[in-house]
Design a binder for this molecule. Structure first.
Ligand code: GLU
Length: 509
């Protein structure tokens, strides 16, 4: 059977989307694009208790920022919707009923209190209770109660759930497209709830029914869902739709920078990096979590970095445009073991993409920062400045850190440099330099440099003894781009003014 490739990203709106979730979306997107297929967004919100307001909008905005635009799905149109599971409630019931009818599922009437008690008793015996083929015959369900009693209970409106009746001792063997052959024995699996007393399906039933109805051909999801796979396979079988069963692939975990354990928000807070694509404000606590976007990452850098968390092209190449990723992506090159996240590498990618941008593009991105500070300058000048300091920048915000002195006089002078380079005769020397500068008519870096060199040769002063203090006067520190270029861009009057100002301020101390 040759079906059009259709994959889905199926997040639950329980909070901000973790970067691992974005990677899942990315791999689905790449796979779909590579195979000329469709990429869907489905919101899995059957667990109403875990619903967080704003999470759904956050997911959609994150995908848009990353450029991972679904062909179909919530907020993106499509024929097979609705794409929000809570709006599909009436659809699931008939599938649950058909499982009851064919004996693959059963009603269970055990109350939460009952089960809690049993769980505690088991704990006391150092055992773990599980509702499964070993215990179900001693519990309150349609397998143990008479048909008449089940009918009475149902008719009286007693609360119940529908559980899957896990078959006995069957090996479920599947070729995962990333992990290869994986096998499970059903004796180890429990009778999962498929349908809840509130009339909502659980994740398992809704997920399988929707993958079927939305004609999904490949399920690409995080490794935490691997234990659910045998149940899902059995559900396809029990629903009589095995021929439409998608192929499964389970992506490796994203690990902490230290390499052990799953990357969490706490790691980000502790070490100062974002684990979410966008800034998020928790609607309950008001607490903020930083985002890649607001931290100044370019979406292409974020995507490039994510693509290499668990996938490689088999070559040394590390920089990939989205089109190259689409062309090269292959599930067979996704690794099984966890992928260690390196926050420094993320910055390194951003640096690369910043260097790729033209001065004109960067100037447009930098203008809002200048405007916010009330600074207005001519665009050509800004572009030239950016050209001079770009290579020192990882983020657009670094442009300001590296270039503020072009726009405003330094407010203070680096202490260490003052102490080591400002000698008792420095002011006097700088006064002489400023007199020389006054005489230069053609205020160009080249010309200033020539006059200055001739002057220094004549005076027989060491270059360092004068250059460093001038730099200090102009930029406030001891590093930065070429000094004479700085002079030219600041302008004659301001250059001389800053030198005189530094002499006054520093000599006073
Ligand atoms: N709703 C699940 C999640 O939040 C989807 C898992 C799957 O893709 O099957 O990740």
């Amino acid at each position: 059977m040759d079906r059009k490739v259709r994959v889905r990203f199926a997040p639950s709106p329980t909070g901000p989307l973790h970067m691992g979730g974005v990677r899942t979306a990315l791999f689905n997107y790449l796979f779909a694009r590579k195979h000329g297929g469709d990429f869907l967004l489905r919101i899995e919100d059957t667990d109403q208790n875990r619903f967080v307001p704003g999470a759904e909008e956050y997911i959609i905005e994150s995908l848009k920022w990353c450029g991972l635009i679904p062909n179909e799905g919530l907020g993106f149109g499509g024929e097979l919707g609705p794409y929000r599971q809570s709006e599909r409630k009436p659809i699931y019931r008939k599938y649950a009923d058909s499982l009851i009818t064919n004996g693959s599922a059963y009603y269970a009437f055990d109350t939460a209190e009952n089960l809690d008690e049993i769980r505690k008793e088991a704990e006391a015996k150092k055992e773990v209770f599980s509702y499964d083929l070993h215990t179900r015959n001693g519990l309150k369900n349609s397998l143990t109660l008479s048909a008449a009693e089940v009918t009475t209970r149902l008719q009286s409106g007693e609360s119940y759930v529908i559980r899957f009746k896990m078959p006995e001792n069957r090996d479920i063997v599947e070729e995962d497209l990333i992990r290869g052959r994986v096998s499970f024995n059903t004796n180890q699996l429990d009778d999962k709830v498929l349908f809840k007393s509130d009339g909502m399906p659980t994740y398992h039933l809704a997920n399988v029914v929707d993958d079927y109805l939305m004609q999904i051909t490949h399920v690409i999801r995080g490794e935490e869902w691997l234990p659910s796979m045998p149940l899902h396979i059995l559900l396809y079988e029990a629903l009589g739709i095995s021929e439409f069963r998608p192929r499964f692939s389970h992506l490796p975990l994203i690990l902490k920078p230290e390499g052990k354990g799953k990357l969490s928000k706490r790691d980000g807070d502790k070490m100062g990096f974002p684990v979410f694509p966008l800034l998020w404000k928790d609607p309950e606590t008001g607490e903020f979590s930083r985002g890649y976007r607001e931290d100044g990452y370019f979406p292409e850098a974020f995507i490039n970095m994510l693509a290499l968390l668990g996938w490689n092209s088999g070559t040394e190449q590390e920089f990939f445009s989205i089109d190259e990723l689409i062309e090269r992506f292959d599930l067979s090159r996704v690794v099984k073991s966890g992928a260690r996240f390196d926050p420094e590498k993320a910055k390194w990618f951003n640096r690369h993409y910043l260097q790729q941008k033209s001065e004109a593009e960067l100037a447009q991105l930098f203008l809002p920062i200048l405007n916010e500070k009330g600074i207005h300058s001519d665009l050509q000048r800004i572009e030239r400045i950016i050209g001079m300091i770009k290579e020192r920048c990882e983020f657009v915000k670094d442009i300001w850190t590296q270039s503020h002195f072009f726009f405003q006089a330094p407010e203070s002078y680096d202490d260490k440099t003052v102490k080591s380079k400002w000698k008792p005769d420095t002011s006097e020397k700088l006064q002489a330099v400023s007199e020389l500068l006054e005489t230069i008519a053609d205020w160009k870096a080249e010309v200033i440099k020539e006059s200055f060199s001739a002057f220094m040769t004549e005076k027989e002063w060491g270059f360092g003894a004068v250059m460093v203090p001038i730099r200090l006067a102009l930029v406030g520190g001891s590093s930065g781009p070429d000094l004479f270029e700085i002079c030219e861009l600041i302008g004659k009057e301001k250059t001389i003014g800053r030198i005189r100002m530094a002499c006054e301020r520093i000599s006073l101390n």
